[in-house]
Ligand binder design. Structure first.
Ligand SMILES: Cc1cc2nc3c(=O)[nH]c(=O)nc-3n(C[C@H](O)[C@H](O)[C@H](O)COP(=O)(O)OP(=O)(O)OC[C@H]3O[C@@H](n4cnc5c(N)ncnc54)[C@H](O)[C@@H]3O)c2cc1C
Length: 337
């Protein structure tokens, strides 16, 4: 049984930063994540994409942000249970929570912080026959390593930020050929990205196919993806030789086991009180993308703020007789805490 002060379910950016803020209050943390590495969406979905709205970082790659967070929390020596999903929560006779994982690892603490983000990641897959045969052999739903597309013929499907941003990125000297396929002629992406795509397509820097969708996949003699069938609303079906197809239709939010923990849930998110980000179950908090409240924004910055307030409340719960005075880290540095 792993004993700690706060069990953090989810090792995304918000779960990681909780360790830092808890550490300043001398609270120990143990993180559980279903993925084999820390970093949540930043590591799993867009490690090589730049983020521009982290205070004091004009630009930082998502993967680098996670590296920095890991460095920042290292002095507080958090524990990690990675590659295991938190499945069950129960309370023992002393009022402590026991969290058990898919692999049977048991954790015990007076406080739980759920930082489960989008829950367990499940990309939305297009209903194309035989698609599964090419997963990992030319079909990817997440771009983890953009270098694999160097000199390749790539088709991206989708009309959101991810699809357009990656199409622009890969068309900028990475892939040999980029085609963006979208069912409509209007896009959900940021207007600036839409304009850039339209301009680049007009200049011949990428191919843009609107009112079109991929309806078929074919392999070559090596079993890897070699050809797509693309159906255009007016012009009918045509074949396109490709090396990679990247359908970017987003992730379907799947709360997974979190939905069965007797928490108040609204639209796939856990309801919290904005006073301290506590759920309807005293001692269980929810921070970051997983929570919801009036005015909620799913941003890393907001999750950091929620983590900071949350640990203050957790401290009072864990040490009801102790008072806590806010100290600046500048006074004696992190090691003094
Ligand atoms: C393409 C893209 C670009 C983005 N750009 C920006 C940006 O520029 N600025 C910005 O602020 N935000 C951006 N975001 C959003 C940002 O990534 C999220 O707000 C942030 O990752 C939320 O952090 P989190 O720690 O709450 O959750 P997540 O990063 O989602 O991490 C949650 C973790 O919990 C784990 N988990 C879930 N359920 C369980 C369970 N039962 N057991 C164990 N583990 C579990 C998951 O495996 C995951 O690792 C972007 C998102 C995407 C997809």
């Amino acid at each position: 049984m792993i004993q700690t002060d706060i069990i953090i379910i989810g090792a995304g950016p918000c779960g990681l930063f909780t360790v830092f803020e808890a550490g300043l209050l001398k609270l120990r943390c143990h993180l559980i994540d279903a993925l084999p590495q820390a970093g949540g969406q930043c590591s799993e979905i867009y490690p090589k994409k730049p983020i521009y709205d982290i205070p004091a970082y004009p630009e930082v790659l998502a993967g680098d942000l996670i590296e920095k967070l890991m460095e920042q929390i290292a002095p507080f020596k958090p524990g990690f249970t990675l590659g295991e999903r938190a499945e069950f929560i129960e309370k023992d006779a002393e009022g402590q929570f026991i969290v058990k994982t898919s692999h049977g690892t048991a954790h015990r603490a007076p406080v739980i912080a759920i930082a489960g983000g989008l829950g367990c990641f499940e990309p939305r897959k297009p209903p194309v026959e035989g698609l599964a045969d090419f997963e990992g052999h030319g079909v990817e739903y997440i771009i983890k390593e953009p270098d694999i597309y160097k000199g390749k013929r790539v088709v991206i499907s989708g009309g959101g930020d991810s699809a357009l941003d990656w199409a622009l990125y890969l068309a900028n000297g990475v892939a040999e050929e980029v085609t963006l396929v979208h069912r409509r002629d209007s896009f959900r992406a940021h207007p600036d990205s839409v304009q850039k795509v339209l301009d680049l397509a007009a200049a011949g820097g990428m191919r843009l196919m609107t009112h079109a969708e991929v309806i078929g996949v074919n392999g070559g003699s090596d079993g890897a993806l070699a050809e797509l069938t693309i159906k255009h609303k007016k012009e009918g079906a045509s074949q396109l030789e490709v090396d990679h197809w990247i359908p970017l239709f987003g992730l379907s939010p799947k709360l997974g086991p979190i939905g069965a923990w007797n928490l108040n849930i609204s639209k796939n998110a856990v309801e919290v009180d904005t006073f301290d980000y506590q759920t309807n179950v005293p001692g269980i908090y929810a921070i970051g993308d997983i929570n919801t409240y009036p005015g909620k924004l799913k941003l890393i910055l907001c999750g950091f703020h929620e983590a900071t307030l949350m640990v203050q409340s957790a401290f009072k719960r864990i040490h009801p007789d102790k008072s806590n005075v806010l100290k600046y880290t500048t006074v004696n540095g992190v090691n003094a805490f």
